[in-house]
Design a protein around this ligand. Structure first.
Ligand code: NAP
Length: 484
């Protein structure tokens, strides 16, 4: 017999929506999804910059249970993805469970339940908390001297200011992660002049983008097998497995293949030898998250586009001054400077059993048992928590697998056979030690800066193969957990 339990889900992004759908499917009705923002969608709500596109093929960036025939292109624009999540919420009738503008500020285990405090002081409680609060949402506001003196408009890529007109303006974009590259590509023809400021050039993996026609979409609707052929097909999955085997074994043929593709892309796409050298990274491909682009090298070869590789000295009222004295006059500065990826659910405070405090537990680095559970924090589950897989593939698939794992942990609780579950401290310490050692050997630890690294320079990522992840998530090891 299924016991009724109360659940609180934190965050209505991709993984919080997944949790809501799965809970409802399991017959649970006593749950709420608290969302601090004024709409759903997580990263797809926060990011609205020009050129925003998901570099996972659109048909592969959906829930496994909710394929979508209507994508406009192979790589979908951000607003379509946000609209997809809105549609899924309605299709699966979970909108009523989502409370927008409700920020969770504290979670405290009182010995038998989680006491949850909201920003307005309201209190709630639950048997189980699911932290689906995302990874890349605390912006990295760079400490560049003179920023406040800038006379034009300046904003972070995830705080896009729609009131700023861009046509004909002199635009500077700081940062060349996936975000900066997409913005440069989108604005190269809009700006009167554009400067792309980069501290460390990026390797660029060439990919093909193409639009789907009305006929294509009709064919996808008429025959869902066509969608499945893309999302479950060998092209995509062999690519994932190959990419993953390259990440975990930097000396593998798969890694050499990635390096050759990126290197050839640079040699063949950039005509001017001086620009080519400027754009050549001095670290290995895929050390930082790889840039997938079909148009970045074209964009930076346009006449009014400049690439500035070097140290910014300061921002001045009229523009940006480089350390070597070069001055770039600008009207608009976009800070595509990324996110603080070590925050996760913080600044929400989380206090577990017997004085456990998440801030203390994460003093060295954020960690979680297989990225989803925490010793000392009973019935507290994370989706896309620290040490989970990262890379150029769908985090939706990762979250679904994590949910399947968590559902098995919760089963004895839902059956009324136990009240709590948490990993043992020993099991987690062993996982953390093995993971950290293996992570140092991955390509992410091969010598570059990136948001994958913790404060000691160790990649905070899943360090084994994709199949090892799928296997780990298929069934929790009972000896690693304590049910009470
Ligand atoms: P990011 O990859 O962390 O890149 C931040 C950029 O800002 C880097 O180029 C960094 O330079 C630069 N930077 C940071 N602080 C700086 C400073 N003080 N002065 C000058 N430059 C500074 O951030 P992101 O581009 O927003 O991307 C984050 C992640 O979001 C991606 O890796 C990806 O996982 C995800 N994303 C995905 C897509 C997609 O299509 N699926 C699109 C956008 C973003 P250094 O490299 O030298 O540190």
């Amino acid at each position: 017999m299924t016991a009724k339990r109360r659940f609180i889900v934190i965050g209505a992004g991709m993984s919080g929506i997944l949790a809501a759908i799965r809970l409802k499917e399991a017959g649970q009705t006593d749950f709420v999804v608290y969302e601090k923002g004024s709409s759903i969608g997580g990263t797809w709500r926060e990011n609205r910059y020009p050129g925003l596109t998901c570099d996972v093929p659109a048909h592969c960036y959906t829930y496994s249970f909710a394929p979508h025939a209507d994508w406009s292109a192979f790589y979908a624009p951000g607003p379509e993805i946000k609209a997809y999540f809105e549609k899924v919420i309605d299709d699966f009738a979970v909108r009523d469970f989502i409370w927008l503008n409700h920020e969770v500020t504290a979670c405290e285990w009182d010995g038998s339940r989680w006491q949850v405090t909201l920003a307005d002081g309201a209190q709630d409680s639950a048997d189980i908390v699911i932290a689906a609060s995302g990874v890349l949402h605390h912006i990295n506001d760079p400490a560049i001297p003179g920023k406040e003196s800038f006379a034009g408009a300046m904003f972070h890529s995830a705080r896009w200011d729609d009131s700023v007109a861009l046509e004909g303006k002199r635009i500077g974009i700081i940062g060349n992660g996936s975000t900066g590259v997409q913005i440069v590509t989108a604005l190269a023809d809009v700006a009167s002049s554009l400067v792309h400021f980069q501290r460390s050039p990026q390797w660029v993996m060439p990919v093909q983008q193409f639009a789907y026609s009305d006929e294509d979409r009709a064919a996808f609707r008429a025959d869902p097998d066509r969608i499945d052929a893309i999302r479950f097909g060998d092209d995509y999955w062999n690519g994932i497995r190959r990419f993953n085997s390259a990440i975990v074994d930097p000396d593998s043929p798969a890694m050499r293949e990635i390096e050759e593709l990126c290197s050839r892309n640079l040699e063949e796409s950039v005509r001017d030898p001086a620009l080519r050298e400027k754009l050549r990274p001095n670290y290995r491909a895929a050390c930082k998250r790889l840039i997938y682009s079909w148009s970045y090298y074209d964009a930076v070869q346009k006449p009014d586009v400049d690439v500035e590789v070097g140290q910014i000295e300061r921002v001045e009222p009229e523009g940006i001054r480089m350390k070597d004295g070069t001055f770039h006059p600008l009207d608009v500065i976009v800070l595509a400077t990324g996110f603080r990826a070590d925050r996760f659910i913080r600044p929400t405070t989380v206090k577990g059993a017997e004085g456990a405090d998440l801030d203390d537990f994460w003093k060295e680095r954020p960690t979680a048992h297989y990225a989803v559970t925490l010793p000392g924090f009973p019935n507290f589950f994370m989706l896309n928590g620290p040490t989970g897989p990262v890379g150029n593939f769908s985090l939706i698939d990762i979250a679904e697998r994590q949910w399947d794992y968590l559902a098995q942990l919760m089963e004895p609780i839902l059956q009324g056979e136990a009240r709590t579950v948490e990993p043992t401290a020993e099991a987690h310490a062993d996982y953390d030690r093995r993971r950290t050692e293996a992570a140092r050997q991955t390509i992410f630890g091969s010598g570059c800066t990136s948001w994958y690294l913790d404060k000691d320079g160790v990649p905070l990522t899943w360090p084994w193969s994709y199949d090892a992840f799928a296997e780990a998530m298929a069934r929790p090891v009972p000896e690693e957990y304590r049910w009470a």
